[in-house]
Design a protein around this ligand. Structure first.
Ligand code: GDP
Ligand code: MN
Length: 378
Protein backbone atom coordinates (compact mmCIF):
# COMPACT_ATOMS: atom_id res chain seq x y z
CA UNK A 1 0.00 0.00 0.00
CA UNK A 2 1.09 3.54 -0.77
CA UNK A 3 0.32 6.50 1.41
CA UNK A 4 0.39 10.18 0.50
CA UNK A 5 3.23 12.60 1.12
CA UNK A 6 1.20 14.50 3.73
CA UNK A 7 0.48 11.27 5.62
CA UNK A 8 4.11 10.17 5.52
CA UNK A 9 5.13 13.63 6.75
CA UNK A 10 2.79 13.20 9.71
CA UNK A 11 4.63 9.98 10.61
CA UNK A 12 7.96 11.80 10.20
CA UNK A 13 6.71 14.59 12.46
CA UNK A 14 5.69 12.10 15.15
CA UNK A 15 9.24 10.74 15.08
CA UNK A 16 10.83 14.17 15.32
CA UNK A 17 12.08 14.53 11.73
CA UNK A 18 11.95 18.23 10.78
CA UNK A 19 9.20 18.75 8.19
CA UNK A 20 7.62 22.02 7.04
CA UNK A 21 4.02 22.59 8.14
CA UNK A 22 1.31 21.91 5.58
CA UNK A 23 -2.40 21.45 5.02
CA UNK A 24 -4.41 19.54 2.47
CA UNK A 25 -6.92 21.16 0.11
CA UNK A 26 -9.40 19.56 -2.26
CA UNK A 27 -10.50 22.80 -3.97
CA UNK A 28 -8.64 25.89 -5.27
CA UNK A 29 -10.55 28.08 -2.79
CA UNK A 30 -9.33 25.98 0.12
CA UNK A 31 -5.78 26.15 -1.22
CA UNK A 32 -6.05 29.95 -1.36
CA UNK A 33 -7.40 30.10 2.19
CA UNK A 34 -4.59 27.90 3.53
CA UNK A 35 -1.98 29.93 1.65
CA UNK A 36 -3.33 33.20 3.03
CA UNK A 37 -3.10 31.83 6.56
CA UNK A 38 0.53 30.79 6.03
CA UNK A 39 1.25 34.15 4.37
CA UNK A 40 4.11 34.66 1.89
CA UNK A 41 5.16 32.15 -0.75
CA UNK A 42 3.85 28.61 -0.74
CA UNK A 43 4.36 25.39 -2.64
CA UNK A 44 1.28 23.54 -3.94
CA UNK A 45 1.85 19.82 -4.38
CA UNK A 46 -0.23 17.07 -6.00
CA UNK A 47 -1.03 14.24 -3.58
CA UNK A 48 -1.00 11.13 -5.76
CA UNK A 49 0.62 7.73 -5.41
CA UNK A 50 3.24 8.47 -8.05
CA UNK A 51 6.77 9.76 -8.07
CA UNK A 52 8.05 12.42 -10.46
CA UNK A 53 5.30 14.89 -9.65
CA UNK A 54 7.71 17.79 -10.04
CA UNK A 55 8.58 16.83 -13.61
CA UNK A 56 4.90 16.23 -14.42
CA UNK A 57 3.94 19.75 -13.32
CA UNK A 58 2.39 18.57 -10.08
CA UNK A 59 4.56 20.77 -7.81
CA UNK A 60 4.19 24.54 -8.19
CA UNK A 61 5.58 27.48 -6.29
CA UNK A 62 3.21 30.40 -5.70
CA UNK A 63 4.24 33.79 -4.34
CA UNK A 64 0.88 34.66 -2.80
CA UNK A 65 -2.55 33.20 -1.96
CA UNK A 66 -4.12 34.19 -5.31
CA UNK A 67 -1.33 32.38 -7.18
CA UNK A 68 -1.75 29.39 -4.88
CA UNK A 69 -5.37 29.22 -5.99
CA UNK A 70 -4.29 29.30 -9.64
CA UNK A 71 -1.69 26.60 -9.02
CA UNK A 72 -4.29 24.41 -7.32
CA UNK A 73 -6.69 24.97 -10.24
CA UNK A 74 -4.02 23.59 -12.57
CA UNK A 75 -2.99 20.66 -10.38
CA UNK A 76 -6.38 19.41 -9.13
CA UNK A 77 -7.85 17.08 -11.74
CA UNK A 78 -4.49 16.65 -13.47
CA UNK A 79 -3.42 13.10 -14.35
CA UNK A 80 -0.02 11.90 -13.22
CA UNK A 81 0.99 8.41 -14.39
CA UNK A 82 -2.66 7.49 -14.92
CA UNK A 83 -3.80 8.72 -11.49
CA UNK A 84 -6.12 11.70 -11.06
CA UNK A 85 -5.07 14.34 -8.54
CA UNK A 86 -7.85 14.96 -6.00
CA UNK A 87 -5.90 16.66 -3.23
CA UNK A 88 -3.06 19.13 -2.94
CA UNK A 89 -0.72 19.83 -0.05
CA UNK A 90 -0.07 23.52 0.60
CA UNK A 91 3.11 24.36 2.52
CA UNK A 92 5.19 27.47 3.07
CA UNK A 93 7.85 27.60 0.33
CA UNK A 94 11.36 26.84 1.46
CA UNK A 95 14.57 28.51 0.28
CA UNK A 96 16.72 25.66 -0.91
CA UNK A 97 20.51 25.78 -0.79
CA UNK A 98 21.09 22.05 -1.31
CA UNK A 99 19.11 18.87 -1.99
CA UNK A 100 20.19 15.48 -0.66
CA UNK A 101 18.59 12.05 -0.89
CA UNK A 102 17.85 9.68 2.00
CA UNK A 103 16.04 6.39 1.75
CA UNK A 104 15.75 2.86 3.04
CA UNK A 105 14.37 -0.34 1.58
CA UNK A 106 13.95 -3.92 2.65
CA UNK A 107 16.60 -5.66 0.56
CA UNK A 108 15.26 -9.18 0.09
CA UNK A 109 18.47 -10.52 -1.43
CA UNK A 110 20.45 -9.59 1.70
CA UNK A 111 17.59 -10.10 4.14
CA UNK A 112 18.27 -6.68 5.59
CA UNK A 113 17.19 -3.08 5.58
CA UNK A 114 19.56 -1.04 3.46
CA UNK A 115 19.85 2.69 4.07
CA UNK A 116 20.87 4.86 1.16
CA UNK A 117 22.09 8.44 1.04
CA UNK A 118 23.28 10.71 -1.72
CA UNK A 119 24.47 14.30 -1.71
CA UNK A 120 22.97 14.51 -5.20
CA UNK A 121 19.29 14.42 -4.27
CA UNK A 122 16.34 15.93 -6.05
CA UNK A 123 14.24 15.12 -9.07
CA UNK A 124 17.11 13.49 -11.00
CA UNK A 125 18.01 10.85 -8.42
CA UNK A 126 17.22 8.02 -10.87
CA UNK A 127 19.82 9.45 -13.24
CA UNK A 128 22.36 9.67 -10.41
CA UNK A 129 21.67 6.01 -9.57
CA UNK A 130 22.05 4.97 -13.23
CA UNK A 131 25.05 7.09 -14.25
CA UNK A 132 27.04 7.63 -11.05
CA UNK A 133 26.03 4.84 -8.67
CA UNK A 134 29.17 5.56 -6.62
CA UNK A 135 27.45 8.77 -5.49
CA UNK A 136 24.87 6.71 -3.62
CA UNK A 137 26.17 5.52 -0.28
CA UNK A 138 24.75 2.53 1.56
CA UNK A 139 24.63 0.96 5.00
CA UNK A 140 23.14 -2.45 5.65
CA UNK A 141 21.35 -2.80 8.99
CA UNK A 142 21.69 -6.00 10.98
CA UNK A 143 18.20 -6.59 12.35
CA UNK A 144 19.65 -8.11 15.53
CA UNK A 145 21.21 -4.79 16.57
CA UNK A 146 19.19 -2.22 14.64
CA UNK A 147 20.83 0.82 13.10
CA UNK A 148 24.05 1.56 14.95
CA UNK A 149 25.21 5.06 15.76
CA UNK A 150 28.37 4.85 13.73
CA UNK A 151 26.42 3.71 10.67
CA UNK A 152 24.13 6.75 10.78
CA UNK A 153 27.11 8.96 11.35
CA UNK A 154 29.10 7.43 8.48
CA UNK A 155 26.22 8.06 6.05
CA UNK A 156 25.70 11.57 7.38
CA UNK A 157 29.34 12.49 6.75
CA UNK A 158 29.06 11.15 3.18
CA UNK A 159 26.28 13.67 2.69
CA UNK A 160 28.09 16.64 4.26
CA UNK A 161 31.80 15.78 4.42
CA UNK A 162 32.90 19.32 5.27
CA UNK A 163 30.17 20.33 7.64
CA UNK A 164 30.06 18.63 11.03
CA UNK A 165 27.03 20.59 12.19
CA UNK A 166 24.90 19.50 9.25
CA UNK A 167 26.26 15.95 9.46
CA UNK A 168 25.15 15.75 13.10
CA UNK A 169 21.65 16.91 12.15
CA UNK A 170 21.62 14.37 9.32
CA UNK A 171 22.72 11.49 11.58
CA UNK A 172 19.82 12.29 13.88
CA UNK A 173 17.39 12.36 10.93
CA UNK A 174 18.75 9.04 9.60
CA UNK A 175 18.20 7.48 13.01
CA UNK A 176 14.61 8.77 13.12
CA UNK A 177 13.97 7.70 9.55
CA UNK A 178 14.97 4.14 10.41
CA UNK A 179 12.73 4.25 13.52
CA UNK A 180 9.83 5.52 11.37
CA UNK A 181 10.37 2.67 8.94
CA UNK A 182 10.36 -0.01 11.63
CA UNK A 183 7.36 1.50 13.48
CA UNK A 184 5.28 1.77 10.31
CA UNK A 185 6.37 -1.63 9.02
CA UNK A 186 7.44 0.08 5.81
CA UNK A 187 9.08 -1.73 2.91
CA UNK A 188 10.35 1.58 1.56
CA UNK A 189 10.82 5.01 3.07
CA UNK A 190 12.29 8.07 1.39
CA UNK A 191 13.14 11.72 1.86
CA UNK A 192 13.91 13.27 -1.50
CA UNK A 193 14.92 15.96 -1.20
CA UNK A 194 16.32 16.42 2.27
CA UNK A 195 17.05 20.10 1.90
CA UNK A 196 19.50 22.46 3.51
CA UNK A 197 17.81 25.85 3.86
CA UNK A 198 19.68 29.11 3.26
CA UNK A 199 20.10 29.33 7.03
CA UNK A 200 21.72 25.88 7.28
CA UNK A 201 18.78 23.87 8.62
CA UNK A 202 17.93 20.40 7.32
CA UNK A 203 14.30 19.62 6.44
CA UNK A 204 12.41 16.81 4.75
CA UNK A 205 10.34 18.58 2.09
CA UNK A 206 9.14 15.38 0.42
CA UNK A 207 8.17 12.07 2.02
CA UNK A 208 7.41 8.63 0.64
CA UNK A 209 6.44 5.49 2.51
CA UNK A 210 5.24 2.13 1.18
CA UNK A 211 3.91 -0.70 3.32
CA UNK A 212 3.57 -4.32 2.30
CA UNK A 213 -0.15 -5.15 2.35
CA UNK A 214 0.51 -8.19 4.53
CA UNK A 215 1.99 -5.92 7.21
CA UNK A 216 -1.31 -4.03 7.54
CA UNK A 217 -2.86 -6.80 9.60
CA UNK A 218 -0.71 -5.81 12.55
CA UNK A 219 -0.40 -2.07 11.80
CA UNK A 220 -3.97 -0.88 12.18
CA UNK A 221 -3.10 2.80 12.36
CA UNK A 222 -1.22 2.60 9.08
CA UNK A 223 -4.00 0.55 7.47
CA UNK A 224 -6.41 3.39 8.27
CA UNK A 225 -4.35 5.68 6.03
CA UNK A 226 -5.49 3.82 2.91
CA UNK A 227 -7.01 6.31 0.47
CA UNK A 228 -9.20 4.17 -1.76
CA UNK A 229 -10.16 7.13 -3.97
CA UNK A 230 -6.53 7.64 -4.91
CA UNK A 231 -5.73 4.05 -5.76
CA UNK A 232 -5.88 2.66 -9.28
CA UNK A 233 -9.59 1.81 -9.62
CA UNK A 234 -8.96 -1.64 -11.09
CA UNK A 235 -6.82 -2.62 -8.10
CA UNK A 236 -9.57 -1.53 -5.70
CA UNK A 237 -12.15 -3.46 -7.70
CA UNK A 238 -9.96 -6.56 -7.73
CA UNK A 239 -9.37 -6.40 -3.98
CA UNK A 240 -13.11 -6.09 -3.27
CA UNK A 241 -13.66 -9.40 -5.08
CA UNK A 242 -10.72 -11.16 -3.46
CA UNK A 243 -8.65 -11.11 -6.65
CA UNK A 244 -4.98 -10.20 -6.72
CA UNK A 245 -4.31 -7.86 -9.63
CA UNK A 246 -1.13 -6.04 -10.54
CA UNK A 247 -0.92 -3.96 -13.69
CA UNK A 248 2.17 -4.49 -15.85
CA UNK A 249 3.44 -2.93 -19.09
CA UNK A 250 2.71 -5.63 -21.69
CA UNK A 251 -0.26 -6.51 -23.91
CA UNK A 252 -1.22 -10.11 -23.02
CA UNK A 253 -3.98 -9.97 -20.40
CA UNK A 254 -3.56 -12.96 -18.09
CA UNK A 255 -6.27 -14.54 -15.95
CA UNK A 256 -4.99 -17.44 -13.88
CA UNK A 257 -5.93 -19.36 -10.76
CA UNK A 258 -3.21 -19.53 -8.14
CA UNK A 259 -0.23 -17.24 -7.66
CA UNK A 260 2.31 -19.90 -8.61
CA UNK A 261 0.59 -20.74 -11.88
CA UNK A 262 0.19 -17.01 -12.55
CA UNK A 263 3.95 -16.53 -12.18
CA UNK A 264 4.65 -19.55 -14.38
CA UNK A 265 2.22 -18.19 -16.98
CA UNK A 266 3.94 -14.82 -17.04
CA UNK A 267 7.32 -16.55 -17.42
CA UNK A 268 5.99 -18.55 -20.35
CA UNK A 269 4.47 -15.47 -21.99
CA UNK A 270 7.92 -13.89 -21.87
CA UNK A 271 9.58 -17.12 -23.02
CA UNK A 272 7.46 -17.07 -26.18
CA UNK A 273 8.33 -13.45 -26.88
CA UNK A 274 5.32 -11.74 -25.37
CA UNK A 275 4.81 -9.31 -22.49
CA UNK A 276 2.15 -9.84 -19.81
CA UNK A 277 -0.24 -6.90 -19.31
CA UNK A 278 -0.93 -7.92 -15.74
CA UNK A 279 -0.63 -10.41 -12.96
CA UNK A 280 -4.11 -11.64 -12.03
CA UNK A 281 -4.81 -14.45 -9.62
CA UNK A 282 -8.51 -15.29 -9.40
CA UNK A 283 -7.74 -17.54 -6.44
CA UNK A 284 -9.09 -20.95 -5.57
CA UNK A 285 -12.80 -21.87 -5.61
CA UNK A 286 -13.48 -19.29 -8.27
CA UNK A 287 -17.12 -18.39 -8.63
CA UNK A 288 -18.42 -17.19 -12.01
CA UNK A 289 -18.75 -13.67 -10.50
CA UNK A 290 -15.02 -13.53 -9.82
CA UNK A 291 -14.32 -14.43 -13.43
CA UNK A 292 -16.71 -11.70 -14.63
CA UNK A 293 -14.89 -9.12 -12.48
CA UNK A 294 -11.52 -10.38 -13.72
CA UNK A 295 -12.59 -9.99 -17.34
CA UNK A 296 -14.03 -6.53 -16.67
CA UNK A 297 -10.70 -5.44 -15.22
CA UNK A 298 -8.64 -6.93 -18.04
CA UNK A 299 -10.81 -5.56 -20.86
CA UNK A 300 -10.82 -2.08 -19.27
CA UNK A 301 -7.06 -1.92 -19.88
CA UNK A 302 -6.58 -0.41 -23.36
CA UNK A 303 -3.11 -1.95 -23.80
CA UNK A 304 -4.47 -5.52 -23.71
CA UNK A 305 -4.35 -7.01 -27.22
CA UNK A 306 -5.10 -10.62 -26.34
CA UNK A 307 -6.54 -12.39 -23.33
CA UNK A 308 -5.22 -15.64 -21.92
CA UNK A 309 -7.06 -17.82 -19.41
CA UNK A 310 -4.95 -20.44 -17.74
CA UNK A 311 -6.87 -22.59 -15.26
CA UNK A 312 -5.66 -25.63 -13.42
CA UNK A 313 -8.78 -27.08 -11.84
CA UNK A 314 -8.33 -28.47 -8.34
CA UNK A 315 -10.60 -26.80 -5.84
CA UNK A 316 -11.32 -24.38 -8.64
CA UNK A 317 -13.85 -26.04 -10.91
CA UNK A 318 -13.25 -25.56 -14.61
CA UNK A 319 -17.02 -25.42 -15.26
CA UNK A 320 -17.34 -22.46 -12.85
CA UNK A 321 -14.67 -20.61 -14.76
CA UNK A 322 -16.29 -21.53 -18.10
CA UNK A 323 -19.65 -20.21 -16.85
CA UNK A 324 -17.94 -17.04 -15.73
CA UNK A 325 -16.37 -16.52 -19.15
CA UNK A 326 -19.69 -17.06 -20.91
CA UNK A 327 -21.52 -14.79 -18.46
CA UNK A 328 -18.90 -12.08 -18.80
CA UNK A 329 -18.98 -12.12 -22.59
CA UNK A 330 -22.75 -11.67 -22.48
CA UNK A 331 -22.25 -8.52 -20.39
CA UNK A 332 -19.10 -7.01 -21.87
CA UNK A 333 -17.64 -6.63 -25.32
CA UNK A 334 -14.19 -8.26 -25.17
CA UNK A 335 -12.92 -6.50 -28.29
CA UNK A 336 -9.79 -8.71 -28.36
CA UNK A 337 -9.23 -12.43 -28.98
CA UNK A 338 -9.35 -14.81 -26.03
CA UNK A 339 -7.39 -18.03 -25.60
CA UNK A 340 -8.59 -20.48 -22.99
CA UNK A 341 -6.62 -23.29 -21.41
CA UNK A 342 -8.37 -25.44 -18.82
CA UNK A 343 -7.41 -28.69 -17.26
CA UNK A 344 -8.47 -30.61 -14.15
CA UNK A 345 -11.71 -30.73 -12.17
CA UNK A 346 -14.81 -30.76 -14.43
CA UNK A 347 -12.74 -30.09 -17.52
CA UNK A 348 -15.19 -31.97 -19.81
CA UNK A 349 -18.19 -29.93 -18.65
CA UNK A 350 -16.17 -26.75 -19.06
CA UNK A 351 -15.26 -27.57 -22.66
CA UNK A 352 -18.91 -28.32 -23.41
CA UNK A 353 -20.10 -25.02 -21.88
CA UNK A 354 -17.50 -23.08 -23.81
CA UNK A 355 -18.12 -24.84 -27.12
CA UNK A 356 -21.88 -24.31 -26.79
CA UNK A 357 -21.13 -20.59 -26.46
CA UNK A 358 -18.85 -20.60 -29.50
CA UNK A 359 -15.45 -20.64 -27.76
CA UNK A 360 -12.73 -23.22 -28.09
CA UNK A 361 -10.57 -24.41 -25.24
CA UNK A 362 -7.27 -26.24 -25.04
CA UNK A 363 -5.53 -28.26 -22.37
CA UNK A 364 -1.87 -27.71 -23.25
CA UNK A 365 -0.32 -24.72 -21.49
CA UNK A 366 2.54 -24.13 -23.97
CA UNK A 367 0.20 -24.15 -26.94
CA UNK A 368 -2.20 -21.75 -25.28
CA UNK A 369 0.50 -19.28 -24.27
CA UNK A 370 2.11 -19.40 -27.74
CA UNK A 371 -1.25 -18.69 -29.34
CA UNK A 372 -2.09 -15.83 -26.97
CA UNK A 373 1.30 -14.22 -27.63
CA UNK A 374 0.83 -14.53 -31.42
CA UNK A 375 -2.64 -13.04 -31.22
CA UNK A 376 -1.30 -10.05 -29.30
CA UNK A 377 1.22 -9.41 -32.07
CA UNK A 378 -1.33 -9.42 -34.90
P1 GDP B 1 8.52 14.78 -6.64
O1 GDP B 1 8.92 15.38 -7.95
O2 GDP B 1 7.26 13.98 -6.76
O3 GDP B 1 9.61 13.99 -6.01
O4 GDP B 1 8.15 16.01 -5.65
P2 GDP B 1 9.07 16.83 -4.61
O5 GDP B 1 8.26 17.16 -3.44
O6 GDP B 1 10.34 16.14 -4.35
O7 GDP B 1 9.34 18.19 -5.38
C1 GDP B 1 10.11 18.24 -6.55
C2 GDP B 1 11.08 19.40 -6.52
O8 GDP B 1 10.36 20.62 -6.36
C3 GDP B 1 12.05 19.37 -5.37
O9 GDP B 1 13.18 18.57 -5.64
C4 GDP B 1 12.40 20.83 -5.22
O10 GDP B 1 13.45 21.17 -6.09
C5 GDP B 1 11.15 21.54 -5.67
N1 GDP B 1 10.43 22.03 -4.48
C6 GDP B 1 9.55 21.36 -3.71
N2 GDP B 1 9.15 22.11 -2.65
C7 GDP B 1 9.83 23.29 -2.76
C8 GDP B 1 9.88 24.49 -1.97
O11 GDP B 1 9.24 24.64 -0.94
N3 GDP B 1 10.70 25.48 -2.42
C9 GDP B 1 11.45 25.36 -3.56
N4 GDP B 1 12.24 26.37 -3.92
N5 GDP B 1 11.43 24.25 -4.31
C10 GDP B 1 10.64 23.24 -3.92
MN1 MN C 1 10.64 14.00 -4.29
Amino acid sequence: MNIHEYQAKEIFREHGIPVPPGEVATTPAEAEEIASRFGGGVVVKAQVHAGGRGKAGGVKLASNAKDARKAAEKILGMEIKGLTVRKVLVSPAEDIAHEAYLGAIVDRANGAVVLMASPEGGIDIEEVAAKTPERIFKEEVDARYGLLEHQASRLAFKLYPNDASRARQAADIIDKLYASMIDAGASLIEINPLITTESGELKAIDAKLNVDDNELLRKEKIAELRDVESEASEEVKARSQGLTYIKLDGDVGCCVNGAGLAMATMDLVKYYGGEPANFLDIGGSSSPEKVVTALEIITADPSVKSILFNIFGGITRCDDVANGIVEATEQIELGVPITIRLTGTNEEQAVEILEDAGFSAMTDMDEAVKKAVELAKN
